[in-house]
Design a protein around this ligand. Structure first.
Ligand code: F6P
Length: 366
């Protein structure tokens, strides 16, 4: 009898997801009797009233490593333990459907799940493993905020996209003697921001790990202007804050999404700089989801393919309750508990990236 693996992509999408899927399917096709299934829209394909699961074959995954997004869709709303259900009055309630998921997985004869996702998805992996399901996790996020792996796929692509955008803002800033504030993603981690700032040559970079002081930023800006001539380019991470530690964003009001959405700190900084007396023209660009779309860089395609091959081999060897990781120069694995132990944030005192930024005269706003 053939063995079945269910592949799931969860949380926000990320360049490289399709390359992982293709890696799993291609590797499995070299063995006898493995069937790979894709669960549509994270676990929802098995949580909704109508089951939505598709076969993944070498034919239908052919060439998909080049494409961004995920061919089996994803969502960052709910999950098996908190499935969102719309109420008659328009509000949302959440239902634990994990037992239904388990029953359906057993009835379909699925032997193991490969769950490709970030920290939220891997917490779900751990809880499903506690329920007795066989799970292998694959780390995914443009934020690079998982500590047990050197890199997550998608991160390098996001940095490249942000850097290319930054380069474009530099030339227009210079032409108009303007200050540009470019807001990038990354949640509570400053990896995308600081890498982009160094790659692009920003004068100022603000990250969540280092609270900023508006008057220090204003002082730095003033050094960039003589008789109103000059320009200044700032990269700000969406999770950056002043010393009050209050992040900028909002709670979504619809779709059963319970996550605080970061966004708007670039505009907040603009207001703070005007308050500090900056009179030059300040423009804000929010890159948003551009950083998550499009074709993955070669580095991310390779890493994602390695993760896919490794994930299949872990299922084959029954190495469950673990997550694939990249620890240079090896692709290996750690327990899900270890993978979730702590996030990967920049450590300002010891990280060489911070040292480098300061070493080239970049202000980090402190
Ligand atoms: O975690 C990836 C990420 O893109 C973050 O950088 C960002 O804060 C968040 O997801 C945005 O999520 P959404 O697509 O739900 O707005």
């Amino acid at each position: 009898m053939s063995k079945k693996i269910l592949v799931v992509t969860g949380g926000g999408d990320c360049p490289g997801l399709n390359a992982v899927i293709r890696g799993i399917v291609k590797r499995a096709s070299l063995e006898k009797d493995w069937q790979i299934l894709g669960c549509i829209e994270s676990f929802n394909g098995l949580l909704k009233d109508d089951v939505d699961v598709i076969p993944l074959t070498p034919e239908n995954v052919s060439g998909i490593h080049v494409k961004g997004g995920t061919i089996i869709k994803t969502t960052n709303r709910g999950g098996p333990f908190q499935f969102p259900i719309r109420q008659a009055d328009g509000s949302w309630a959440f239902e634990d459907r994990s037992e239904l998921l388990k029953r359906r997985i057993e009835n379909m004869g699925i032997d193991a799940i490969i769950n490709i996702g970030g920290d939220g998805s891997q917490r779900i992996s751990l809880a499903l493993s506690d329920l007795g399901l066989n799970i292998v996790g694959v780390p995914k996020t443009i934020d690079n905020d998982l500590s047990s792996t050197d890199f997550t796929f998608g991160f390098q692509t996001a940095v490249q996209i942000a850097t290319e955008a930054f380069d474009k803002l530099v030339t227009t800033a210079e032409s108009h003697n303007r200050i540009f504030i470019m807001e990038v993603m990354g949640r509570d981690a400053g990896w995308i921001a600081l890498n982009t700032a160094i790659a692009g040559g920003a004068e100022i970079c603000l990250i969540p790990e280092i609270p900023y002081l508006p008057h220090i930023i204003a002082e730095k800006i003033n050094t960039r202007y003589t008789n109103n001539e000059g320009f200044c380019n700032i990269v700000i991470a969406e999770g950056a804050t002043t010393f009050d530690g209050v992040q900028t964003g909002s709670m979504p009001t619809d779709m059963g999404d319970q996550h605080f959405k970061l966004g708007g700190v670039g505009e907040k900084l603009k207001t703070e700089l005007i308050r500090e007396g900056i009179e030059h023209d300040i423009r804000v660009t929010v890159l948003g989801h551009l950083q998550r779309g499009g074709t993955p860089l070669a580095f991310d395609r390779v890493l994602a393919t390695e993760f896919g091959v490794k994930a299949f081999e872990m299922v084959k060897n029954q190495e469950y309750r673990k997550m694939v990781v990249y620890r240079h120069p090896k692709i290996s694995s750690v327990s899900l508990e270890k993978a979730l132990e702590k996030p990967n944030f920049i450590v300002p005192d010891t990280d060489f990236l911070v040292h480098t930024a300061r070493g080239i005269g970049m202000s980090l706003g402190d």
